[in-house]
Design a protein around this ligand. Structure first.
Ligand code: BG6
Length: 513
């Protein structure tokens, strides 16, 4: 089957519905704006090479870099080469690199430069002729959102946004999708004036992670979890995204944005939606989005934002055996900055399935270690036919989805300690990707870029999800804005004391992953 512009090559002898077959992009190219940025160098370029190395790109694939640099094609190729050598997941193979690099072009210019956009257009036409990209081009905006309007306007002006019956044009945007509901709507207005909704691919890279996609497999391909996946059995859910790194060189992006807008608005609320949603009627974009949207629109805020949220800012401390700076001592951060580097919030979901089950979301930089996990914590057994002493060390059963770095799933339950007495203690049963599957998981960006080139939308949030997520976060951000400075926590610890108090009020504790 061939979608608009022949994007997907399918062997006619195979069942086109068979999702196990390798999906290979049809003739196409990608234009990358923001080639000098961290994201391009660390994620996008290596992912393109990894896709080529896995044989998932068409032979004539082309990559056009656009930036305000006085570079020739060879200089751009060198930048991609360095990035691939440093960050690619798969081994470097000269023959793959050579073939890929033949499709590299560079167009120098800024976003107001009409002549440069003319040249970009000529370059795409040339690639269609010599590389057979067939008019199919994706424009990847790896640039701050304040430039979206300029670039998208230029693409339109210079006739590069129009698709035809036989070719496609797509635009890829990276978060942040605005900094609140109003700005997200404005951003969407700018993009949707030029590109129809089905041609806009919003990247939330968490959705490209294997372990995140596995949440749906775990829940809906098995029979043993779903019956207990509700308020009758679940006590609460903890979603943690902890990083040990600080803000590094990203002061310009991060300051004024902070932890909640940076990752709760997108990654963590998406994780929550996948954990909480009902079974979709089909495994397609429309059905998945509908179920996620139902959850996001049913989210309720706690009665007291003072008691049920916490925010912090990392201070000097020990991280990985090294004394590291506090946030306000980082380069380009003002001593008076009130940006939070830690955020925790308690949310509810107003549905029968989740009534009275709190979802605790927390995220922080410079925490004890890097770990992202979802812990579904179960209620205690209603009756224990043992002496009190026997179950002193018995905690609550839990199912922990380890998103990263040690990918897998752990179930925690009570077991008898071997010996003559009845003593019950928590034990863990583990599924680890490393020990089970021989192939290492692709990087999220490999999957997502391939999906863009294939025009396959299920893993990309739509504007409605973005807006619903801002609806949840906006009142919290407003509340925090009135509240002065976030509480300091020493680097290398697990966040501010107020976050522990927040759970203690509910008689609970954060997990120490
Ligand atoms: C990004 C955030 O979306 O995710 C960063 O902007 C964060 O602040 C990063 O460091 C973490 O991604 P990952 O895949 O390493 O968990």
């Amino acid at each position: 089957m061939t979608s608009a512009g022949g994007s997907t090559y399918t062997n006619p002898l195979r069942d086109p519905q068979d999702r196990r077959l390798p999906r290979i992009a049809g003739p196409c190219g990608l234009v990358l704006f923001g080639v000098t940025g961290d994201l391009s160098r660390k994620k996008v370029m290596p992912a393109i090479y990894d896709l080529a190395n896995r044989g998932l790109l068409p032979p004539g694939f082309s990559l056009v870099g656009y930036a305000r640099r006085d570079w020739a094609d060879e200089d751009f190729a060198q930048i991609v080469h360095d990035s691939v050598k440093q960050y690619a997941r798969t081994e470097f193979r000269e023959e793959v690199w050579k073939q890929l690099a033949e499709g590299f072009r560079f167009v120098p210019g800024d976003f107001a430069d009409d002549a440069a956009f003319d040249q970009l257009k000529r370059t795409l036409t040339e690639l269609d002729d010599v590389r057979g990209t067939a008019g199919n081009h994706a424009f990847y905006l790896s640039i701050p959102p304040k430039f979206f309007a300029d670039v998208i306007g230029q693409l339109k002006e210079h006739g590069m946004a129009e698709q035809s019956d036989t070719s496609w044009r797509r635009v890829v945007v990276e978060k942040p999708f605005g900094h609140d509901l109003a700005s997200a709507q404005e951003l969407n207005r700018v993009v949707s004036e030029v590109f129809p909704a089905e041609s806009v691919f919003r990247i939330d890279h968490y959705l490209g992670k294997e372990t995140v996609q596995n949440i749906l497999a775990l829940r809906f391909a098995n029979n043993m979890f779903e019956p207990i996946w509700n308020s009758n059995y679940v006590d609460h859910v903890q979603i943690t995204m902890a990083e040990d790194i600080g803000i590094g060189g990203r002061a310009g992006y991060y300051d004024g944005i902070g932890a909640a807008r940076d990752v709760i608005q997108n990654h963590l609320l998406q994780l929550m939606a996948l954990i909480a949603m009902e079974e979709p009627s089909a495994f397609d974009a429309t059905s998945l989005r509908m179920e996620k949207q139902k959850i996001l629109s049913a989210v309720t805020l706690p009665a007291s934002l003072d008691h049920s949220t916490a925010r912090g800012q990392y201070d000097e401390g020990w991280s990985g055996g090294e004394l590291v700076k506090g946030y306000t001592d980082e380069d380009d951060i003002a001593a008076t900055s009130t940006t939070e580097t830690y955020a925790a919030i308690k949310l509810g979901i107003g549905t029968r399935r989740w009534a009275e089950v709190p979802f605790y979301l927390r995220v922080g930089k410079r925490l004890g270690r890097r770990v992202t996990e979802v812990a579904v914590v179960f209620k205690r057994a209603p009756h224990l036919p043992f002496s009190v002493n026997a179950t002193e060390d018995l905690g609550q059963n839990a199912l922990v989805i380890r998103i990263q770095p040690d990918e897998g799933i752990t179930t925690r339950f009570g077991a008898k300690v071997p010996g003559t007495a009845m003593e019950i203690r928590d034990v863990n049963m583990d599924f680890a990707y490393g020990g089970t599957f021989t192939e290492s998981s692709p990087e999220a960006y490999e999957r997502l870029i391939l999906d863009v080139l294939l025009g396959d939308p299920p893993l990309f949030p739509q504007q409605r999800e973005v807006e619903l997520s801002w609806n949840i976060l906006d009142p919290i951000m407003k509340h925090w804005a009135k509240g002065g400075r976030p509480e300091k926590y020493p680097s290398g610890t697990w966040g501010p004391a107020s976050a522990d108090k927040m759970l203690a009020r509910d008689g609970r504790k954060w997990r120490r992953p």
